[in-house]
Ligand binder design. Structure first.
Ligand SMILES: *[C@@H]1O[C@H](CO)[C@@H](O)[C@H](O)[C@H]1NC(C)=O
Length: 324
């Protein structure tokens, strides 16, 4: 998911209130799990996803664009940092951030959400070929004359339709396989009654192979199921065993296990009834000062993207294995 106002506030708090010494201590602490570091040109990275077919992480650039960080085949846990190499830059979108990404493996392409983070006046979904980086489509979702919105994260269904969450307006844009904006999904369950809970709304989203979407509403922690086989019927998933408040990016570890990145770094939710109900069965605490924003699965293991890079002149980012 994205850098929402919460993140800005959190970042401000971190950089103004937390003594640098504490961050240095946290940075120097020996990580408890495996970490992929990569050298980067930017401070903020909202999302990274493992592209198994090409043995690389795909990384969305907060300053706009897409990069890759390759993991050497003969050295799967290299001791030196990976290198972030920009593969897509759209001059037309300058000023917008690139946020959520989803890899559409059957079609060998990646979908990338772009948004005007500050003004909330523009949002678009782009698709690129994973072998050539040719742009397949660039679809505007919202513009200056529409209600303010913040396109944030994306999931893709079996037919190649994409679903993009609006974290500000709590709605979902549906974009067809060829890039046509098909509809906007709205539902009263997307908007909790308390106004302040809607400051950061619909965020991480995944497609489940049984034909439904799971989406999280960040400030309420509500987890919702949108059944595409039943005319986009929306139901709240009853979650026991803990709250999912501040949940951000989502990823399915298996059809019955969902990873919720955010704060704390990640929670694991399990369901045994097709996601009518679920239970929080595990929590992982990683480098909290770097802010976990997205999860991905690499060779059966969960890795967390972190928003904030550290170091000078090259910033070092961390993709951290989460063990529950
Ligand atoms: C985002 O891109 C659109 C499309 O080119 C552009 O009109 C808009 O000004 C950009 N937003 C910002 C904040 O620069």
């Amino acid at each position: 998911m994205a850098l929402c106002s919460l993140r800005f506030l959190t970042l401000l708090l971190l950089f103004s209130a937390v003594p640098i010494g504490i961050i240095v201590t946290l940075e120097r602490a020996e990580p408890a799990t495996h970490v992929y570091h990569y050298q980067s040109s930017g401070w903020f990275r909202e999302c990274s996803k493992w592209d198994s077919g090409h043995r690389r992480f795909l990384i969305s650039l907060f300053e706009g664009g897409l990069a890759q960080a390759k993991v050497p085949e003969n050295d799967p846990h290299p001791s030196s940092p990976l290198e972030e190499v920009t593969v897509v830059k759209e001059p037309h979108l300058a000023g917008n951030a690139s946020l959520g990404i989803a890899i559409d493996h059957p079609r060998n392409r990646v979908l990338v959400v772009n948004a005007d983070v500050i003004g909330n006046r523009y949002g678009a979904l782009a698709a690129y070929d994973l072998s050539t980086w040719n742009r397949l489509f660039l679809t505007q979702l919202t513009g200056p004359s529409d209600e303010k919105s913040f396109a944030d994260d994306v999931a893709v269904d079996a037919e190649g339709n994409a679903y993009v969450t609006d974290v500000r307006g709590s709605k979902i844009w549906k974009v067809g396989v060829e890039g046509k904006l098909l509809s906007i999904i709205r539902n009263p369950l997307f908007t909790p009654k308390e106004w302040y809970k809607n400051l950061v709304g619909l965020n991480g989203i995944v497609y489940h192979p049984d034909g439904f979407l799971i989406v999280i509403h960040t400030f309420s922690g509500n987890l919702l199921k949108i059944d595409l086989t039943k005319g986009e019927e929306v139901k709240a998933i009853k979650v026991k065993g803990g709250t999912l408040c501040f949940g951000d990016g989502l990823e399915l570890l298996s059809p019955t296990k969902l990873v919720v990145a955010g704060n704390p770094s990640a929670r694991l939710v399990e369901s045994s009834d097709g996601w009518n109900t679920g239970s929080v069965v595990g929590t992982f605490l990683g480098p909290m000062h770097r802010l976990a924003t997205a999860a991905t699965v690499k060779d059966g293991k969960v890795y967390l993207n972190h928003m904030v890079g550290m170091g000078y002149p090259k910033k070092k980012h961390a993709i951290v294995e989460a063990v529950f």
